[in-house]
Design a protein around this ligand. Structure first.
Ligand SMILES: Cc1ncc(COP(=O)(O)O)c(C=O)c1O
Length: 416
């Protein structure tokens, strides 16, 4: 594993122009990555270049249209490798994870019948709950909710196992929780679900900035993520097993192709955003090169990059969690065992004994410490722990954050 001392932090930070922002004379520390990460200059350049030089609709017999076609094809190849698939046509671009998940849930649920069941979890973002619950309601299908352990906010796997049976058609689960960072054992979820014949829809939105998706290894059926969480622009990504993308009938316009991936891509795409999405994956691969992976393909470089990211982020998480645990009046949620940091992302939520989350976030924000507050659409979680309506303060670390920024944050929280 790459040693933290080897992590090319200065190189990474130099890629992100936003990191030079100041507020009230202080450098901004961006702890809001789970709401949307900052983007490297090459992503901004790719978006601008597309609009400035290649802007066209697809299929035309002229240079800019051909270049748009080539860009889209290259982006499908790159993003397929990013999610861990060798099938470029299995990647679908769209507006965002929520919109893509509604499209899939509407399409799949047409094959469900009364008496069928689906499974969602109380640890998930509502983007992977409501699309399924609403589809189940329309199809007359029963919804089972899997609980989490309130002590460490890990998914209760025996509860999951107890809710699977021969009637289960689909299991919707997150790769990682966007409110407490818990990484779910997705391979095991897939194994258990497939054993009863259910499909697995994975929400990798919070997972993807911290760990490399691996659809083939996990053996999942569907996966959705969002480029704006992994250093790209506001674009949604859906991956599906090619045979399912072919077998399931999407709602689509008549002239649209029946072939993959076109049949799932609704309307004119955000071409400039897709150019930026490709550039975001290229940035991550370049980070892999800077971590020692100079030879090998894109996927090898991504693996190296994410190993280094995880190693570095675990050090940051250790500093943040141990610091928060030492501050009187702060209650921290999720896995706080410093020996289990590989089971979580560095997304840490807490409440203050006296002040509501919005007040804490406001005071920190005024000092250039950008943290989130609320439930972050992890509504089942926040209701289960009685955290509504205030929610929590969320500190979301990314690999561009520094130990110095965390020290500043801890000092500021102590001062509240
Ligand atoms: C875990 C998770 N799932 C889903 C979503 C929804 O993603 P999108 O904004 O792309 O619809 C988010 C957004 O914060 C998220 O964090």
């Amino acid at each position: 594993m790459t040693a933290v001392a080897d992590f090319p932090l200065a190189w990474c930070r130099a890629q992100f122009p936003a990191l030079s922002r100041t507020v009230a004379g202080q450098p901004v520390a961006f702890f809001d990555g789970p709401g949307g990460s900052q983007v490297p200059q090459r992503v901004i350049d790719a978006v601008g270049f597309y609009l400035g030089h290649t802007n066209a609709n697809r299929g035309g017999q002229y240079a800019t249209a051909r270049e748009s076609d080539e860009l889209l094809e290259a982006a499908h190849v790159t993003v397929a490798q990013f999610v861990g698939s060798s099938h470029a046509e299995s990647v679908v671009f769209g507006a965002n994870m929520t919109t893509l998940t509604f499209a899939v849930s509407r399409a799949i649920s047409r094959t469900w019948q009364s008496g069928d069941e689906i499974v969602v979890t109380r640890l998930d973002h509502d983007g992977n709950v409501s699309p399924w619950v609403l589809a189940a309601r329309d199809a007359g299908v029963t919804v089972q909710y899997v609980n989490f352990d309130p002590a460490d906010c890990t998914l209760n796997m025996s509860d999951l196992a107890s809710k699977l049976n021969a009637r289960t058609r689909l299991v919707a689960v997150g790769g990682a929780s966007n409110i407490v960072g818990t990484i779910n054992p997705v391979r095991e979820v897939c194994r258990l679900s497939h054993a009863v014949g259910a499909q697995v829809f994975l929400d990798a939105v919070h997972y993807a900035p911290h760990a490399l998706p691996a659809v083939d290894e996990w053996d999942c059926d569907w996966l959705a993520c969002s480029a704006y969480k992994f250093f790209g622009p506001h674009v949604g990504v859906l991956w599906g097993r090619p045979e399912l993308l072919t077998a399931v009938t999407p709602y689509k316009l008549r002239p649209v192709t029946e072939s993959l991936p076109g049949r799932w891509m609704t309307g004119t795409q955000n071409f400039e955003g897709i150019a930026g999405t490709k550039a975001a994956v290229d940035y991550l691969a370049d980070l892999g090169s800077h971590c020692g992976s100079r030879t090998g393909g894109l996927r090898d470089k991504l693996r190296t990059a994410y190993t280094a990211i995880a190693d570095y982020e675990q050090q940051l998480a250790k500093q943040l969690i141990s610091g928060l645990l030492d501050i009187p009046g702060i209650t921290t949620f999720g896995l706080t065992d410093l020996n289990r940091l590989n089971e979580r992302t560095p997304t840490v939520s807490f409440v203050h004994s006296r002040l509501p989350a919005i007040e804490v976030a406001g005071r920190l924000g005024n000092q250039g410490l950008f943290v989130g507050h609320g439930n972050f659409y992890a509504l089942q979680f926040s209701e289960a722990l009685g955290l509504e309506p205030q929610g929590v303060v969320r500190v979301g670390l990314m690999h561009y954050n520094t130990a110095g920024e965390i020290e500043r944050l801890l000092t500021a929280i102590r001062g509240i």
